[in-house]
Design a binder for this molecule. Structure first.
Ligand code: F6R
Length: 621
């Protein structure tokens, strides 16, 4: 949450800062600001209690020049989304400015100490404390040198400041008296330095760097980057200089434009045939009727010895984990437990040494998932990431893993990452199954289904026009139920979450049969129920549940996978998706649900890509 950028070099800083913040806006959009600096001048701050587009207008009006600059787009944690709480913050008497992503847990104590020294706070943020701490350290150095400070003093001021912080931070600091210097530091919040020629960049992730540089350095926790126009040094907070690991910017980062779509969410929904193809590419081993993965970092013998799997994640990724449980138990017969990462990190479940833990995450930055994996790793378990963002914190910290290769997902509501996660989990279940009892023939059958999947998803997208028309009939509802069974129970949860988060309609997902244990009380003529009712072992059971809703006057939208006269008679609206084996149904059935929430949100005038109160990567607890 929160996106930060920095620039130092021979060009004006503000164009890069604004374009970088636009690309990082998915990380938070409560307020935005930049600070710029030119030689022998004061730091100029432009900030707004609004979005980057408003900031852009303010910047155009104020024209803050300077070849050094920092910027921030905020997801509020401490203090409301006001201009005063917007970053950058000023430290001391205006001699430093800082942007911060993260949460400083001991900020109250630090603030009290600073107030006792005479520092006055303008904002309610924890971040301003960090700004004053840097300024305070610098003031001590200046006092020792008759008011002058050196670059070393600036670095030491950041080093001694971060040593006092408890919590998470990615910060970039700018110094009025050293306009050729930016200092960045991280612990728990991501930072990437872009290496240029005569200019350098820094950002929360690689997206702002696309088109500006092709070489990057991922900062690790407790590292500090000393950034000057012609040179970058990386230090460890406690151990001094480290050799920076300069890496190429992955191609995946490049795909950050709307390409004619009105919203990223719609673009990403329509990218799913391709993102699923990318997840499958090179991973189906037809000769052995299994799947193969490059990065698990365990021998076949070690993988064969696994007796239990924990799948953990948050939100949509947790829904993927639920599907993963059904998949792995069904295909590989390995017991699976699904844990909310936010619970797992503080729970202390008994976990045997033959257990492996998978963290499922699009961003690779979700604070709870990262903490849960760290805790499991600390206990000696092998941890794996099923992750989309290359080089993200979780990808780096896990012992092994599988990338989704879905390309950047920018819409806050996860769509293509979800279906790619399910694709990877299906292959994982096949892989574990083939290490155990699953026959060659069964493996071949599963591979054949997986190979069909991208085309099936392509075909499914043809329902868009019909779903759009149906959405108009349901857009005024205040409550929705989503009901499915077996593999499609998690599909129901995911459908409900999609609707809630982008259209602000209350929606509940349930295993269809659970409905009569309580939620059926919600059913009336104003509460639509979305039934996922493809052919399969639970078809008849779901039909009974559907009838129970109809008997109580509830409108029904049914998702079926064949021409179904029975459902046609019962349901008010029916969307037919292509047939596929049940273990892949959640992928296919999710498509009309994603489109439904998208169309309803549009009809309700909601900001589809940037729903209120949310941010794309949740880097706070
Ligand atoms: C919902 C959504 C969130 C994320 C959750 C975990 O559409 O996007 O629920 O799934 O915040 O994020 P990742 O997968 O990045 O760990």
């Amino acid at each position: 949450m929160c996106g930060i950028v920095g620039y130092i070099g021979s060009q004006e800083a503000s164009p890069f800062l604004i374009s970088g913040l636009e690309r990082l806006e998915y990380r938070g959009y409560d307020s935005a600001g930049i600070a710029t600096l030119k030689q022998s001048d004061a730091i100029r701050i432009t900030k707004v209690a609004g979005r980057v587009a408003q900031l852009n207008s303010a910047v155009e009006a104020a024209n803050p020049d300077g070849k050094t600059g920092i910027g921030h787009t905020r997801w509020a944690t401490h203090g409301a989304a006001t201009q005063v709480n917007a970053h950058p913050h000023i430290g001391g008497s205006g001699n430093i400015s800082l942007v911060h992503n993260g949460v400083i847990e001991n900020f109250e104590t630090l603030k009290t100490g600073l107030e006792a020294k005479g520092y006055r706070f303008e904002s309610q943020t924890d971040s301003e404390v960090v700004a004053h701490l840097v300024a305070d350290s610098l003031a001590s150095a200046a006092a020792d040198r008759a008011g002058e400070t050196t670059v070393e003093d600036c670095i030491d001021a950041v080093r001694s400041t971060v040593a006092q912080l408890r919590g998470t931070y990615g910060i970039v600091v700018m110094f009025r008296d050293h306009p050729d210097l930016l200092v960045a530091a991280r612990c728990g919040s991501p930072l990437v330095v872009g290496v240029g020629k005569g200019e350098q960049f820094v950002a929360s992730d690689t997206s702002p760097l696309v088109g500006f540089t092709e070489r990057i350095i991922y900062l690790a926790d407790h590292q500090i980057a000393v950034i000057r126009p012609n040179n970058i040094q990386v230090l460890h907070r406690d151990h001094g200089r480290v050799r920076p690991d300069i890496q190429p910017l992955s191609n995946q980062s490049q795909d950050v434009n709307l390409e004619g779509y009105p919203h990223y969410m719609l673009k990403e929904i329509f990218e799913q045939p391709q993102s699923i193809r990318n997840a499958l590419r090179g991973r189906l081993d037809k000769d052995n009727a299994t799947a193969k993965f490059g990065g698990l970092n365990l021998t076949t013998q070690q993988l064969r010895g696994i007796e239990r799997i924990i799948l953990t994640g948050c939100g949509t990724s947790w829904h993927s984990a639920l599907v993963g449980e059904y998949l792995v138990e069904e295909l590989a017969r390995i017991p699976v437990e699904v844990e909310y990462a936010s619970e797992l990190r503080y729970r202390n479940p008994p976990v045997g040494s033959d257990t492996i833990v998978f963290g499922i995450t699009q961003s690779g930055e979700t604070a709870d998932t990262l903490a849960a994996l760290r805790e499991m790793k600390r206990k000696g378990h092998h941890t794996m990431a099923i992750c989309n963002v290359i080089g993200s914190s979780i990808a780096q910290e896990a012992d092994g893993g599988i990338y989704l290769h879905a390309g950047p997902e920018i819409g806050v509501a996860s769509t293509k990452a979800f279906t790619s996660q399910l694709t990877v989990l299906s292959m994982l279940a096949l892989y574990f199954g083939r290490l155990r009892h699953l026959s060659f023939e069964a493996g071949q059958r599963i591979i054949a289904q997986l190979e069909r999947l991208p085309d099936v998803v392509e075909k499914t997208l043809e329902c868009h026009a019909q779903v759009k028309e149906i959405a108009a009939r349901y857009a005024d509802a205040n409550n929705f139920l989503y009901l499915g069974r077996k593999f499609n129970f998690p599909t129901a949860l995911e459908g409900a979450l999609k609707l809630k988060e982008i259209s602000y309609i209350h929606a509940e997902g349930y295993p269809a049969a659970e409905m009569k244990h309580g939620p059926i009380a919600l059913v009336d003529e104003h509460t639509p129920s979305v039934f996922i009712v493809p052919q399969g072992t639970v078809y008849d059971k779901v039909i009974s549940n559907l009838q129970e809703v109809k008997a109580r006057g509830g409108p029904v939208l049914a998702i079926v996978d064949h021409e179904d006269p029975h459902v046609n008679k019962l349901a008010d609206d029916v969307v037919q998706i292509p047939e596929i084996e049940d273990f892949l149904q959640p992928i296919v059935a999710s498509i009309p649900l994603q489109l439904l929430s998208y169309e309803i949100a549009l009809l309700r005038g909601c900001d589809v890509d940037k729903p209120r109160n949310l941010a794309k990567s949740v880097t706070v607890e």
